[in-house]
Design a protein around this ligand. Structure first.
Ligand SMILES: NCC(=O)N[C@@H](Cc1c[nH]cn1)C(=O)O
Ligand code: ZN
Ligand code: ZN
Length: 472
């Protein structure tokens, strides 16, 4: 009965909830770019103000100064802690989310302004609409609805919202460690809504994430960019060196060629292989969503395993390279290649870094260029796998079945949320990912969106989950 009342109240408030998301998307809280850093602070303040309206006690924990790769320093956004309810007879849920977003520029190929929320055909387009502002606000919508209906929230809720997740969650682990006894000691479960369904129709609960190790490869020589017609043929060109190196990291199918990496991966067991049988996943729809005719592997299980349980290496960009329209004939003086490896059990970031740096140095020696070379490990995060047979997951599954009328799949996810394992280790309790967005939300990409359906039903799902926690 309580759930039906909540669901109908959420439907009535749909427009208002969309307006709330609009306000958040219009704050361009890009953590990676210094020019936007103040917007992450503004987004944190905005969130705190909205939480306080619900009676959530908030405080901002200072996170110190970031040493940027270019040698500059920048104040880190504070971590926002919140606390709703202090009833000793109730258990305590910890909710985590992030308030920062990936960079976005209309010139990257967006059809609409990335920092405006634009509704088209039931889809809410805008940077952060799905990753992760929509889910963060869905928590607030769910709590507000229960409060408006005087329906008791059966648990105390604690919140950790950060503003650096898209840039490696700098400083967060240390702050959580420092507040372990005072803030995390009574946490019974952690729930994170910051990933996506495997398809477009069926909800899922997620029990695994890949980790991430990020690198820069810096090559430089002349004091400034040079005319390629005037100087070409006499200069060892940094860009040519870099492209040569980057091309040696993977083969055509994406297999990682870095010595020793594949040997670190946990072997596939029969039991694990069987899990993939039960999962609903349409390879053809997946190809259509990403707009390709051919994948490196075509079999459903192999596609999922390559996304979830094997490491992958991606090259993200080259700083310093000419990338505008037209034909500039320049020899870039300094180029920095950016790449990352999604790491999986049993890979450790320290081991991975050592192997990658050694391999890059080996390639550089082989290249024989006189230019200046540096291989720099940036941030890293560990992979995470949890027990989905835990009663916490069963409560999540009951909630999702109530909202969507279907039992969820239990999935892993190829992306990374570095703090997930930290919560599991520091609380010693179950951590679960409960995504609300669809597989084609295009997080990190052009035209990121969340469907109105997913945002509104997702708000119901989080409320239903809060109700279900009473029955664990
Ligand atoms: N929704 C989670 C997510 O997108 N996480 C990022 C984390 C990250 C780490 N460094 C840069 N981003 C991801 O890319 O998986
Ligand atoms: Zn995210
Ligand atoms: Zn993200």
């Amino acid at each position: 009965m309580a759930y039906e009342l909540i669901a109908s109240e959420i439907d009535k408030n749909k427009t208002r909830f969309i307006e709330r998301l609009r306000e958040a998307v219009e704050i361009p809280s890009v953590s990676a770019e210094a020019a936007y850093r103040n917007e992450v602070f503004r987004m944190t303040d905005w969130t705190q103000a909205n939480m306080e309206k619900l009676g959530i006690k908030c405080r901002q924990i200072e996170n110190g100064i970031e040493d940027r790769p270019d040698g500059s320093k920048l104040r880190l956004p504070p971590i926002l802690f919140g606390h709703l309810g202090e009833d000793k007879s109730k258990k305590t849920l910890l909710v985590y989310g992030h308030l920062d977003v990936q960079p976005a520029d209309i010139h990257d190929g967006w059809n609409t302004e990335p920092f405006k929320l634009i509704e088209i055909d039931g889809k809410l387009f805008g940077r952060g609409s799905s990753d992760d502002k929509g889910p963060v606000i869905a928590w607030l919508n769910a709590i507000e609805t229960m409060q408006a209906l005087n329906i008791e929230i059966p648990v105390n809720i604690k919140f950790v919202f950060e503003g650096m997740e898209e840039s490696g969650s700098t400083g967060l682990d240390e702050i959580l460690e420092q507040h372990k006894e005072e803030f995390l000691a009574d946490v019974d479960w952690t729930c994170i809504s910051d990933n996506y369904w495997l398809g477009k129709e069926k909800p899922c609960l997620t029990y695994g994430l890949r980790g991430l190790c990020y690198y820069a490869v810096e090559i430089s020589a002349p004091k400034q960019d040079l005319h390629s017609g005037v100087y070409g043929g006499t200069i060892y060109e940094p860009m040519n060196d870099l492209v040569w190196i980057l091309s040696r990291l993977t083969d055509l199918k994406g297999n990682i060629l870095v010595d020793g990496i594949n040997e670190l991966v946990a072997p596939l067991t029969e039991d694990e292989l069987k899990l993939y049988d039960q999962i609903e996943f349409d390879v053809e729809a997946y190809k259509q969503d990403v707009g390709v005719k051919t994948l490196t592997v075509d079999d459903k299980k192999k596609v999922l395993m390559n996304r979830w349980r094997y490491p992958t290496l991606s090259i993200h960009g080259i700083e310093g390279a000419f990338h505008g329209p037209g034909a500039k004939t320049v020899i870039p003086a300094k180029v920095v290649g950016k790449l990352s490896i999604r790491i999986v059990p049993n890979m450790e970031p320290e081991q991975t870094d050592a192997l990658v740096v050694a391999f890059l140095n080996k390639l550089w020696k082989e290249r024989g260029s006189p230019n200046k070379f540096r291989a720099i490990p940036f941030h890293s995060g560990r992979p995470w796998v949890a027990d989905f047979n835990h009663p916490h997951y069963q409560a999540g599954a009951r909630a999702l079945e109530k909202v969507y009328g279907v039992k969820p799949d239990f999935t892993r996810e190829g992306g990374s949320i570095p703090v997930t394992l930290t919560f599991q280790n520091l609380t010693g309790k179950s951590v679960m990912l409960l995504p609300i967005g669809a597989c084609d939300d295009m997080a990190h990409s052009q035209n990121e969106k969340i469907n109105v359906f997913n945002y509104i039903e997702g708000t119901k799902a989080l409320a239903a989950y809060l109700l279900e926690l009473a029955h664990i």
